[in-house]
Every structure is written in structure tokens, then in C-alpha cells.
Design a protein around this ligand. Structure first.
Ligand SMILES: [Zn+2]
Length: 227
């Protein structure tokens, strides 16, 4: 009996957790883009997201925001601005609970609630990125069922740690290359320092200036969507 239980747990873990992560974390798709692509997770957050939107407008580019349903519901104006200014909306969850802490049914409900919130705001997400970058079979099936494309990241810059903006700018410069998908956090979740996301916009602004000054390109998210 114990042996059967062990085998069942091993098969379940393999199919439900291991396989989706092995496959879906490779879904970045954009290696041939001429510039870097910008994505933002865990928001929206009133002051930070506003500042990020201003910076993106100044740079005449657009990005994909992987938002949380509960926060989107509390920031309707900001979500409307995001859509109005040509940014893409991705689903990140309703809350930011780790998928490991959710049953398959809870995981589905979590995504379903977030999807509904966005629908009520008149927004249709096209992409999904898992909280903590951790995919499950349940989230994968939800995406297939709702036509959501999974987009993981290729560059993390540890912007959840408190520090000087110029250090973050430097990390972004060091890790950038054409075709990379960069993730920054306009919201503060999990183990992130609660003030770290407030430093991010200044670092982003300086990074975009430096990156472009050295001939680096930015690929607007809308260019990716055309492919
Ligand atoms: Zn996240």
C-alpha cells in the first residue's frame, strides 16, 4: 500500500509539477527580436506603475504587464491607462500565492477569478506568467482553455532587493542582449523588500538611457505581437 502511495505521489509530482516547468520555462520565444523586451510583474501599484508608464511613454515603447487580479480591481484607472497607451496585459494570478500551496482546483479558481476581474474591466489578457515562475498542469490547462500564451522571462535583475538605483541599472546593463525578455516588478510581493519597487523606476529610466546611448535597441511588445 505504502509502495503504491509513493508511486502515485511520484507520478503526480512528475506530471503536475515537473513536466510543466521543464516545458513552459522555455517558452520565451523571442530570441530573434532585435532589441530587449520589457515586462513587469506583480502590479499594478499606483505610484510605481504610473511612473513606469510615464517612462515607457517617454521612450516611445510599450511593454507587457503581468498583473494580479486583486490589484487590477483596485486600480481600474491605471489598468485603463495601460490599455489606452498600447501595453499588453498578461495574467499573473489573482493573489501571488505560490502554486505549490494550491490544490489543482484552487489554482484553477485563482486564475479564473483574475481572468473574470480583467474581463469586467473590459480587458482580455493574452499571456500568462506564473507567480514565482512556477507552472503547474492546472495553470497550463487553464491557459490552453482560454487561449493564453505562456511567456517566461530570460533576465532577472534582483529588483526585489533594496539597494541603490544605480546598482540595479548596472545589473540591467550587464544582463541585456538583443532578444532577451527582461522582468521587473512594479508591485511588491513575497520576499521582496516593500520599498524596492519604488527604486525601480529611477533605475529603469537610467538603464533605458544608457542602453540606447550604446546602440542597444528596445523591441516594443506590440512588435512581438505582430509575429
Ligand atoms: Zn510575481
Amino acid at each position: 500500500m505504502i509502495l503504491y502511495m509513493t508511486q502515485f505521489i511520484a507520478v503526480f509530482a512528475g506530471v503536475y509539477y515537473l513536466l510543466p516547468n521543464l516545458i513552459l520555462r522555455r517558452k520565451t520565444l523571442l530570441a530573434d527580436a532585435p532589441g530587449i523586451l520589457l515586462t513587469f510583474d506583480d502590479g499594478p501599484c499606483q505610484e510605481v506603475t504610473e511612473e513606469v508608464l510615464d517612462i515607457l511613454a517617454e521612450n516611445d515603447t510599450n511593454a507587457c504587464f503581468f498583473v494580479l487580479g486583486e490589484k487590477a480591481k483596485a486600480s481600474k484607472e491605471l489598468m485603463a491607462r495601460m490599455a489606452r497607451e498600447g501595453h499588453s496585459i498578461g495574467l499573473h494570478g489573482n493573489t501571488h500565492r505560490h502554486p505549490l500551496s494550491l490544490t489543482p482546483k484552487e489554482q484553477w479558481k485563482e486564475l479564473s477569478e483574475a481572468y473574470q476581474i480583467l474581463a469586467h474591466l473590459g480587458l482580455k489578457p493574452r499571456y500568462y506568467r506564473a507567480p514565482h515562475g512556477f507552472y503547474t498542469l492546472s495553470s497550463w490547462l487553464f491557459c490552453l482553455n482560454n487561449g493564453l500564451e505562456i511567456v517566461h522571462w530570460t533576465v532577472l535583475a534582483e529588483d526585489w532587493k533594496i539597494g541603490e538605483a544605480k546598482s540595479l541599472t548596472q545589473r540591467l546593463m550587464n544582463r541585456s542582449a538583443p532578444g532577451r525578455i527582461l522582468v521587473l516588478h512594479d508591485g511588491s510581493e513575497g520576499k521582496a523588500d516593500p520599498n524596492a519597487n519604488h527604486i525601480m523606476p529611477a533605475a529603469l529610466k537610467a538603464y533605458l538611457k544608457n542602453w540606447r546611448a550604446q546602440g542597444g535597441l528596445l523591441t516594443p511588445w506590440s512588435d512581438y505581437e505582430k509575429n
